[in-house]
Design a protein around this ligand. Structure first.
Ligand code: PLP
Length: 287
C-alpha cells in the first residue's frame, strides 16, 4: 500500500487509516471549508523541503476569512506539519495537504477541523511532467467579470467544494484528453481544474488575472513570474483567448504538486512546443 501520514489539529499524528471526521462534519456534509496542497521533497538523508509554506498558510488564511471562519492558527499548523514530517523518510516528492473545515454541525460554536496528510506524489503527475499533456476546452459558464462584488461566489477561494473541478477532469479523461482549460462564457481563458494557465508569446509570459474572473491566485505561477522577471523575462496578467493560446510559443498548466506541465494539444490540435522553453519555465518555477 502507498505510504501515507495523517495528523489532526488538536490531536497530533494518527494512524493513516484511523477515522478522523464525524458524520456531521460540515466539510463532509456541505464541502464547507478550504484546503491547501504543496510539494515536499525528501532527500536521501531524510531532510525535508516544503515549497512555499508561508504562502500556502497565507492563502489558507485568506480562504478561511472569505468563508467567515476563525483565523488560521499558523503555529499550530506548523507544529502539526513538523510532527507529520518527523516520521517521513520516503525519498522523493510527496504532496502535503492541509484541510480545514468549519467543524461539526451539531456544535456550531465548537472548533474547526484541521487535517494534514502527506502522500507520495502520484506517478501520473511525474509522468505528465515529462510527456506534456493534451487538454480540452470546457466553459465554466460564468463571465470573466462574474465575480466582481459577489463575495458569496467565493472567487479565488480554495474551498473543499471541488466536485465541479473533478467532474471536468473526469470528462477530459472520457474524451481521451489529460486535462481541461476552463474558459469564461465571454470566451476568455480562466484556469485548469487544479492548475493555472501560463502562456508565452513574443518573449513574454502571460496568465489570467485574478479577481473578477474568480480564478485561484496560483502560488506556482507567482513564483514562476517572480523568477522570470528577475531573469529579465517580462510577464503580464492578460485576458487571453483560445486563439491566442494556439498562436503562442507555448502553454503550460502549473500547480504546486504536479509542477509545470507543457500543453502539447488543445481540442485535438497540436500546439507549438519547444522542449527547451518548457525546461526553462519548469526550472524558473522550481521544478
Ligand atoms: N487553480 C485551481 C483551481 C487549483 O486548484 C490550483 C491548485 O490546486 C491552482 C489553480 C494552482 O495553484 P497553486 O499553484 O497554488 O497550486
Amino acid at each position: 500500500m502507498t505510504k501515507r501520514a495523517v495528523a489532526v489539529l488538536g490531536v497530533g499524528l494518527v494512524e493513516p487509516d484511523e477515522a478522523v471526521l464525524t458524520s456531521d462534519d460540515l466539510g463532509l456534509t456541505r464541502g464547507d471549508g478550504c484546503f491547501e496542497a504543496t510539494r515536499v521533497v525528501t532527500t536521501e538523508d531524510g531532510s525535508h523541503l516544503i515549497d512555499h509554506l508561508d504562502a500556502h498558510l497565507d492563502r489558507l488564511q485568506v480562504s478561511a476569512q472569505a468563508l467567515g471562519m476563525p483565523d488560521v492558527d499558523r503555529s499550530a499548523w506548523r507544529g502539526l506539519i513538523t510532527q507529520l514530517l518527523a516520521g517521513w523518510d520516503v525519498a522523493g516528492e510527496a504532496t502535503l495537504k492541509l484541510m480545514l473545515t468549519r467543524g461539526r454541525e451539531s456544535t456550531p460554536t465548537g472548533p474547526t477541523t484541521g487535517i494534514a496528510t502527506l502522500t507520495p506524489t502520484s506517478e501520473i503527475s511525474l509522468r505528465l511532467r515529462r510527456t506534456g499533456i493534451s487538454v480540452i476546452i470546457l466553459s465554466r459558464g460564468t463571465a470573466s467579470y462574474a465575480y466582481t462584488a459577489a463575495p458569496w461566489l467565493l472567487g479565488g477561494v480554495k474551498t473543499l467544494s471541488y466536485a465541479v473541478n473533478v467532474a471536468a477532469s473526469r470528462i477530459a479523461l472520457q474524451r481521451g484528453a489529460d486535462d481541461v482549460i476552463f474558459t469564461s462564457s465571454d470566451g476568455y481563458i480562466l484556469e485548469g481544474p487544479t492548475s493555472a494557465v501560463v502562456w508565452s508569446s513574443s518573449g513574454r509570459l502571460h496568465t489570467t488575472p485574478t479577481g473578477p474572473t474568480g480564478i485561484l491566485a496560483s502560488i506556482t505561477q507567482r513564483a514562476l513570474f517572480d523568477a522570470a522577471e528577475a531573469a529579465g523575462i517580462p510577464t503580464s496578467y492578460t485576458l487571453g483567448t483560445v486563439a491566442e493560446l494556439r498562436a503562442s510559443d507555448g502553454v503550460w498548466l502549473v500547480s504546486s504538486a504536479r509542477g509545470v506541465v507543457a500543453v502539447h494539444t488543445i481540442n485535438g490540435n497540436q500546439l507549438a512546443h519547444t522542449p527547451a522553453l518548457s525546461d526553462r519555465i519548469a526550472a524558473l518555477a522550481g521544478f
